[in-house]
Design a binder for this molecule. Structure first.
Ligand SMILES: [Mg+2]
Length: 324
């Protein structure tokens, strides 16, 4: 049982109007009323691009808790505006892609997500930042989640999930681009590559686990670059990966960094949390340790959602896929 709490001070809701979960925003209002909210600030936006302004307004109005209703794109816009503000954030995963919430164990279940927002524990989490903009899940170039989905599913059983993801990149027909990558000031990679990714959490856009050991609270960003091209190199990569971890492949290099700079041989568009951003020839990625205070399930071990005391009543949803 969550302990009975007094009135929560000022709560702000920033909701994407086109996203839904459970009984929708009407049910959210009822659930908030049940929590005994003192003052409620309610902002609805037609697209996530409009969210940062509302998030800043919420802070100015003295919100103690900002509840974000939407998917990863909405979360990204809000945490970018709220980073470093000290305002705690709750997430209601109402989007089509809710990878950040999923990584943190916040379920696609409206009453449960609200319960976590009010009675969870405050976790100080890292954010990433690319070219000045914060992200929660991942960022990078040369990656298309839609194409990864078409990758050979049969490989998944023979490899770890992270390996499956990196091998899936062979389906991306993006040409190789010259990249110069420095990690924490030291040259780390120079050559032709098809994709470079920065991860704050292990499971990224597309629902695929790309980074074996990512933690959003260790002060480090995960970095991966893939260089394989052509069927022969990929065959070798697949062979190697099927018997070991993804980072042992000669065509996938992975490391962990606080700051990464990438110089691209030609302009490419980059991605933050599933959203396409501008076209650039340089990327500066860095970790922002403790940039976000998130209301997360308690207790919150690294990767697993704690088993609730007594199963929740069936919701008619598919069981969540969790790692053993
Ligand atoms: Mg980390």
């Amino acid at each position: 049982m969550a302990k009975k709490q007094g009135k929560v001070g000022t709560v702000a809701v920033i909701a994407h109007q086109r996203k839904s979960l459970g009984g929708g925003l009407d049910e959210l209002r009822r659930l908030l009323a049940d929590e005994g909210v003192g003052e409620l600030l309610w902002y609805e936006v037609p697209k996530s691009k409009k969210a940062p302004k509302k998030a800043r307004k919420a802070v100015k109005e003295g919100a103690d808790l900002v509840i974000v209703w939407g998917g990863d794109g909405m979360v990204q816009r809000c945490v970018d505006a709220l980073a470093g503000s000290g305002t705690r954030v709750g997430i209601i995963p109402a989007g089509t892609a809710n990878m950040f919430a999923k990584n943190l164990g916040i379920p696609e279940d409206l009453p449960e997500a609200v319960r976590i927002a009010f009675h969870g524990e405050d976790r100080k989490l890292d954010l990433g930042r690319v070219n000045g903009e914060h992200f929660a899940v991942m960022a990078g170039v040369g990656f298309d989640a839609e194409m990864i989905k078409d990758a050979d599913r049969g490989l998944k059983d023979r490899m770890g999930r992270a390996a499956y993801f990196w091998t899936g990149l062979r389906h991306v027909r993006g040409e190789l681009v010259t990249m110069k990558i420095k990690v924490d000031g030291t040259p780390w990679f120079e050559g032709e590559a098809s994709c470079v990714l920065f991860g704050n959490v292990g499971t990224i856009t597309g629902g695929i686990e790309a980074f074996d050991d990512a933690r959003p609270d260790d002060g480090w960003l995960e970095v991966g670059v893939t260089t394989a091209s052509g069927p022969i190199q990929w065959a070798r990569t697949l062979g190697r990966m099927s018997v070991s971890r993804s980072d042992s492949s000669p065509f996938v290099r992975m490391t962990r960094a606080r700051k990464v700079t990438v110089k691209l041989g030609r302009a490419m568009s980059y991605e933050l949390d599933g959203g396409a951003k501008g076209t650039v020839t340089r990327l500066k990625a860095e970790v922002v340790p403790g940039g976000l205070i998130l209301r997360a399930p308690r207790p919150a071990p690294s990767d697993e959602r704690p088993a609730p005391s007594g199963e929740r009543a069936g919701t008619g949803r598919e069981p969540e896929v969790t790692r053993a």
